[in-house]
Design a protein around this ligand. Sequence first.
Ligand SMILES: Nc1ncnc2c1ncn2[C@@H]1O[C@H](COP(=O)(O)OP(=O)(O)OP(=O)(O)O)[C@@H](O)[C@H]1O
Ligand SMILES: [Mg+2]
Length: 455
Amino acid sequence: MNAETHIAERNAHWRDALAAQSANAAKVRPLQAEGKLRRVVGLTLEAVGCEAPVGARCMVAGADGAQLETEVVGFSDGRLLLMPTGEMHGVLPNARVTPCAGVSGVPVGDALLGRVIGSDGAPLDGQGPLLARERVPLRRDPINPMARQPIDTPLDVGVRAINSLLTVGRGQRIGLFAGSGVGKSTLLGMMTRFTDADVVVVGLIGERGREVKEFVDHTLGVEGRRRAVVVAAPADAPPLSRLRGAQLATAVAEHFRDQGKRVLLLMDSLTRYAQAQREIALAIGEPPATKGYPPSVFAMLPALVERAGNDKDGRGSITAFYTVLTEGDDYRHDPIADSARAILDGHIVLSRDLAEAGHYPAIDIEASISRVMPAVVSKDHMKAAQRFRQVYSAYRQQRDLISVGAYQKGSDPRTDEAIALYPHLSAFLQQETDEPVSLEQAAEGLVDVARSGAA
Ligand SMILES: Nc1ncnc2c1ncn2[C@@H]1O[C@H](COP(=O)(O)OP(=O)(O)OP(=O)(O)O)[C@@H](O)[C@H]1O
Ligand SMILES: [Mg+2]
């Protein structure tokens, strides 16, 4: 048999296998070719004697008869490079490796509402099996940018500082930049409960396992949970599982968007997603580039983020918030933060100074921006927001002088006005975690605060 016929036969074989798989995606149908495990280094397994495309599933026979699920992450010199999607133990040298046909589907549907699932789609909440009949592929192409509906409707997230000064549009993708412990999870929790959305999908990726329970039980609460789907892949999950967790959360959000629902997708965090890809890429030999991140990381970020947004006919939408961890609280020198800022339609920066001063939510208004705000709010609202920012900045710029008493009252009318107004502005930006503030209330409040200075 010559090489061409061989390839043609292989392709036909894969095509048939894929067709069979999509007919019954839940079933695993092994291909004939079997390989052997030759090497295991860290989390990378090397198999010889079988062929499968990148992204395909392979089962590796374990010592106790169990099957370990792996995914093809690369190949080299006739060897398939595999990574486990779950825990890896009991793997023996020369173990049998069986490629499975098709891509692994994940469960979607209304049955997921109120549930907490792992990155493999299996329930983690002990509330019985998932009754989701529909399955979709984990990875999907984003909607053609030319076919997308533009962002033109504001979305009420129930947080005054955001609704008034950083108004979010339906279908917008925003980064939430912050160091550790300054209130990311708390702010996401407020939005989960208050946002005017049909479905909320929360991806908890690479965070502490303890936090998953805390988020579900306390932050989300019974009320918030009813319309929410939580996908959890905590820090101790293997990198592939963390990567898939983020993709699964996105796939679940896409499913609800396809049904015409307004979806809020919260991903905590995009940085851990990038770090999972870094672990995988480095393990299979991709050279590191910026700060140890290989180039593939910077290709994976937009591929994930671009899946959110409005759909073609403007019925369904995914408005997404991605948290981005900032090393040493400086988001300007972090390659992931830098890349995220470039691909997202706005960023909200949380400041440690504000958090330490007990100012919550600790949103740094000066450093934050919503790029779609002018397209979704009225001219008056925009004007009031600009005025608020001007007065607020005037105070912050002179803050050091004012606090040591070096500013002479009367030397600059703008600063005098800012000093008089600042307590009101600062109070306006703060909010309790259990009191939602609607878009309308926030806009009215903003106009009042801005007007009080003009009077
Ligand atoms: N809106 C708020 N009101 C009062 N306290 C808050 C608020 N937000 C955060 N805090 C305080 O800050 C602490 C840390 O908040 P949170 O867990 O939300 O931060 P985080 O940025 O998610 O932290 P990590 O980086 O550890 O995940 C909370 O335990 C709480 O004490
Ligand atoms: Mg947190």
